[in-house]
Design a protein around this ligand. Structure first.
Ligand code: PEP
Ligand code: CO
Length: 411
């Protein structure tokens, strides 16, 4: 783990420690070159903000309207972004995908859609294991292009802190490309493609926490950071980091989560119960989605105005007969249908959908005529993504149910 005590936050008066980051943190790389990691953190702390506080506040206003039931959210993109795919043409395609999917979602939802990319920062991955064995060689796992390389060699897998700066530069390129498309900073909030990623690497996120100018702090690396199923321990650094941000924040929740844990997260991440402030992203798996019901009821019972989103991808990852990681479209759609009915029955607010998808011609998930096989059309850096046709089918299933007599908690 990195030396979290030395992480800095830029204040008007220079660098000061961010005490939240001195807590234990899961999923952090061991940088072999600690001095270099320190100078990278300093460089990040003095770099300009990628997103401005005013933009983040605008997204917060939109998400408050999601809580009112006026809008819904589509969040989509790569599992791990490729820094080589952050140019103008790449970002134009990703934006077109969000637009097509958002338009379809609007039809089913009957309300306008806030479009959010897993982009301009989605470069680091939590992993279930620290090592893997490839052709008899034990290697550190690939932790995303912000940490190491995907190639199965000891050299590529060596964590390199210079990647933090390279990925920040790629994020900046994506943001400039969005601006050039008229979908970035300065455009109308309803036209905007908002940026989101998992706030995983504290060495990247900590130095990009900035003052809002209104007495608080915000994360300037993305409009909407989330934390994952593997870093949501209430006492740890990731939760405490999100707790002190002015950004709207999200947290993934899986089938192992207890109502007690979820209520603790609500108390820590949204103590003032601000509608739109906290989104919980359910990722249960089609077979376990029923276990979401007691969590939605507990949150509603406690009066938290949480937005519930459905990630029907991460609980449905399986290996095919050859060991290739795939997802079945049927399972993805079953989880989505289950989510809509469970959340409606429990009186929660179905806020939107979170998927891994790509506009490229890929065959990584099974279904809709696709059988994934290793080769040029299976090119994800991490988890299998829906191709456009599959994503259209999934998004078309977003048809929230209104049960007579059950009022969503946030209205
Ligand atoms: C992800 O969103 O890519 C991810 C790793 O999700 P989770 O933390 O839910 O497994
Ligand atoms: Co993923």
């Amino acid at each position: 783990m990195s030396d979290s005590a030395s992480l800095g936050v830029r204040h008007q008066s220079g660098l000061e420690p961010l005490t939240a980051l001195t807590r234990p943190a899961a999923q952090q790389p061991e940088w072999p070159d600690r001095d270099r990691a320190g100078s990278v953190r300093s460089a990040l702390a003095t770099s300009p903000p990628l997103v401005r506080w005013e933009e983040v506040r605008e997204l917060g206003t939109l998400l408050a309207r999601v809580a009112e039931g006026e809008l819904c959210v589509l969040q989509a993109g790569d599992c791990a972004e490729d820094p080589a795919e952050c140019g103008a043409a790449d970002v134009a395609l990703k934006t077109e995908m969000l637009d097509v999917l958002g338009d379809i979602m609007r039809v089913g939802a009957g309300r306008p859609v806030v479009r959010v990319g897993r982009l301009a920062g989605q470069f680091a991955k939590p992993r279930s294991r620290a090592h893997e064995t490839v052709d008899g060689v034990r290697l550190p796992v690939f932790r995303g292009p912000m940490v190491n390389g995907p190639e199965p060699t000891p050299e590529a897998r060596r964590p390199n802190p210079a990647r933090l700066l390279d990925c920040r530069a790629s994020a900046e390129r994506s943001l400039r490309a969005l601006e050039a498309l008229g979908r970035g900073a300065g455009c109308h909030p309803r036209e905007r493609v908002w940026t989101s990623h998992e706030a995983l690497l504290l060495d990247y996120e900590g130095p990009q926490v900035r003052p809002t100018g209104e007495g608080g702090h915000y994360l300037s690396s993305a409009h909407w950071p989330w934390i994952g199923e593997r870093t949501r321990q209430p006492g740890n650094a990731h939760v405490r980091l999100l707790a002190r941000l002015g950004n709207p924040v999200a947290c993934k929740v899986g089938p192992e989560a207890t109502a007690e844990e979820v209520l603790e997260l609500c108390t820590l991440l949204d103590p003032r119960r601000i509608p739109g402030r906290l989104t919980l992203i359910a990722r249960f798996g089609a077979g376990a989605i029923g276990r979401l019901a007691p969590l939605v009821r507990a949150v509603r019972g406690a009066g938290h105005p949480v937005l519930w989103m459905c990630d029907p991808m991460h609980g449905n990852t399986v290996a095919d007969g050859t060991g290739l990681k795939i997802r079945h479209l049927d399972a993805v759609m079953n989880e989505l249908r289950g989510f809509l009915s469970v959340v409606a029955d429990a009186g929660g607010r179905c806020a939107g959908l979170h998927i891994e998808s790509s506009p490229l011609d890929i065959s990584e998930c099974a279904g809709a005529g696709v059988t994934p096989i290793r080769g040029p059309r299976y090119r994800t850096l991490c988890d299998p993504r829906l191709n456009l046709m599959q994503a259209v089918a999934v998004v078309a299933h977003w048809q929230p149910i209104t049960r007579p007599g059950v009022q969503p908690s946030a209205t």
